[in-house]
Structures are given as structure tokens and as C-alpha cells.
Design a protein around this ligand. Structure first.
Ligand SMILES: [Zn+2]
Length: 305
């Protein structure tokens, strides 16, 4: 007997087209939820949207109609169409039509990075998502819930920038005499505002560990190495133990630390060499550090330690 509730995905699916779109999506950063927070094995939005849709609509009896649907799913999967009102509206209507005009309920109990529920929401479904991992739950809240709750235009009291933190707290009790302004996306504004606040507070607390260099640049990190004294009595230099000197070893960018031995002062200094810096000396091999298999070589006198 024929199954009257047979879904499209059970019969056909444009696997190749959707796979291509899913692979292409990996290179898209701007506007993609993958930039919100890292999540392992996050499903591509292209395949999530396409499979959601194909699992929610019935398979047409007519072969031509089926091919048209297949082509539509391939279009729906495209990143460029994720905000295309004509295509998304059509997908939503198709889903509503086969569900007596009521948005179907979609539950993703192990939603992880949220690709499937996000696409279910986009297709107009009543969507539920859960996960055991609290990090995933936070990602889900930030992806699915907060933009809808706090991302809509709202009128808020005009705030004195300097006292913004205090005034947000105080605004509930002092709303009467304040001037109001329309904030298009309060969530965006707040993330920016509090992000800057975190940066300011972090600078206050740990900024002193990152003093400005002579050329005005601010270090973003430090490379730390153990040192041992050279055992040669006429040398006694402090030898940094480093396996190698690479800082960047990409195809198009090679940068390394170059160790300069100052024989007069029996000290070592470093400079950065490579692409974008001073040229890498010809005889310099960043692969070769000062230590290998527990044997260190003093860069000043050549003694083996
Ligand atoms: Zn030495």
C-alpha cells in the first residue's frame, strides 16, 4: 500500500547540488553563525535548510513536478538565497500548505551548533532545540532566541555615553523624564557596547603586561623559553632552549625569530625576519633551534650542553 505521508526526502534529493553548496559554505565567514562560536561538526546551513524542507513536504506523484521541486531544493540550499524573500517565502508557503496552514513543530534534541533549528526557524516552523552540553545551549540561545527577543527595533532612553552602564541599570526606575531614541537593533548595540567595556576593563587590568614598543606597535603575545647557563667557563651565557624559530610557516607567509648572538655582552637578542620584516638570512634555518633531543648548543660559543 502506498504511504500517503511519504516525504520528498524519502524519494529524491539533489545530493550533488546540496553537497556542493555545503562545501562552498565553509569559505563563507561574513554573516555565518560559525563565527559566533566554534562548534564541532556544525552542520552546513545549506544541507540543514534543504533536508528540513525536503522532510516537511510530500513527494509529488507527477515526475515533472518532482523534478521542479528537486531544482527548487537545489536553489533553496544556496547561501545567496538564505535571505532571498521570494524563495524563502515560497518554501514557507509550501510547508504551511501541507500542514493545514499551521507551522509544523520541529524538535532537534541534540542541536549542538544550531544549524538545523536555525533553518527550521527560517522555514517558519515552530522550533525546539536542546542539548546536554551547556556551551551548546548558550550557542543555541545566542543563535535562535536572543536575536528574536532583543534584535527588534525599540525605543530606549537617550543615554549619556559615560554613564551608560549605570543608566541601563537605573533606566527602569527613571524612565519618566528621559528623552527616547529609536534603536534599530538593540542586541547589536549592546554586544558592541559591552564588548568594548570588556576590552577597556581587560586593558586596565592586564594592559601593563603589554607595553607599547618603540615603533608604537602593541604586542599581542609573548614567546617564552626556558634558559640554561652555558657550561663553558669563559662564556656563561644564558641559552634560551628553543626547538625551532618559526612564527609563521604558511605557503605564502614565512616568518621566524632570528637569534642574534652578542659576543661582547654574552647575551642573545631576537629580531623578526621573513615576509613583511627584514629578509631572512640565506644561511638561516628556522627549523634548527638551540635544543634537540635534550642536547643544547650555545649560540655564542658553540659549546654542547
Ligand atoms: Zn657558550
Amino acid at each position: 500500500m502506498k504511504n500517503p505521508d511519504k516525504r520528498f526526502i524519502e524519494e529524491s534529493f539533489p545530493v550533488k547540488e546540496v553537497s556542493n553548496e555545503s562545501a562552498r559554505e565553509k569559505n563563507i565567514r561574513h554573516g555565518h553563525i560559525s563565527t559566533l562560536h566554534i562548534w564541532w561538526a556544525r552542520r552546513p546551513l545549506a544541507s540543514s535548510r534543504a533536508t528540513n524542507y525536503a522532510a516537511l513536504i510530500p513527494v509529488p506523484e507527477d515526475v515533472v513536478e518532482r523534478d521542479i521541486k528537486r531544482a527548487f531544493i537545489a536553489e533553496l540550499a544556496k547561501w545567496e538565497n538564505s535571505l532571498n524573500p521570494t524563495i524563502i517565502e515560497k518554501a514557507r508557503k509550501d510547508i504551511l500548505k501541507v500542514n493545514n496552514g499551521k507551522p509544523p513543530k520541529v524538535l532537534d534534541p541534540f542541536a549542538g551548533g544550531g544549524a538545523i533549528p536555525l533553518e527550521a526557524l527560517r522555514l517558519g516552523c515552530e522550533t525546539y532545540a536542546s542539548d546536554l552540553n551547556p556551551v551548546a545551549v548558550l550557542i543555541l540561545k545566542c543563535t535562535l532566541e536572543y536575536p528574536q527577543k532583543f534584535g527588534k527595533p525599540v525605543k530606549r532612553p537617550v543615554q549619556d555615553k559615560a554613564n551608560k552602564e549605570q543608566s541601563i541599570i537605573a533606566q527602569c526606575s527613571e524612565q519618566k523624564e528621559k528623552e527616547y531614541e529609536l534603536v534599530e537593533n538593540p542586541l547589536l548595540e549592546d554586544v558592541k557596547h559591552w564588548g568594548e567595556w570588556v576590552l577597556r576593563e581587560a586593558k586596565k587590568e592586564i594592559g601593563k603586561f603589554y607595553p607599547v614598543e618603540e615603533d608604537g606597535s602593541i604586542p599581542v603575545g609573548y614567546i617564552w623559553a626556558r634558559t640554561i647557563p652555558c657550561q663553558n667557563p669563559t662564556c656563561g651565557a644564558s641559552v634560551p632552549l628553543m626547538r625551532q624559530f618559526w612564527l609563521a610557516k604558511k605557503k605564502n607567509k614565512k616568518v621566524a625569530l632570528y637569534l642574534c648572538a652578542e659576543n661582547n655582552t654574552k647575551t642573545v637578542t631576537f629580531k623578526i625576519v621573513g615576509d613583511g620584516y627584514d629578509n631572512m638570512p640565506d644561511d638561516f634555518s628556522p627549523q634548527k633551534g638551540t635544543v634537540s633531543r635534550a642536547i643544547a648548543v650555545c649560540p655564542l660559543c658553540g659549546s654542547v650542553i
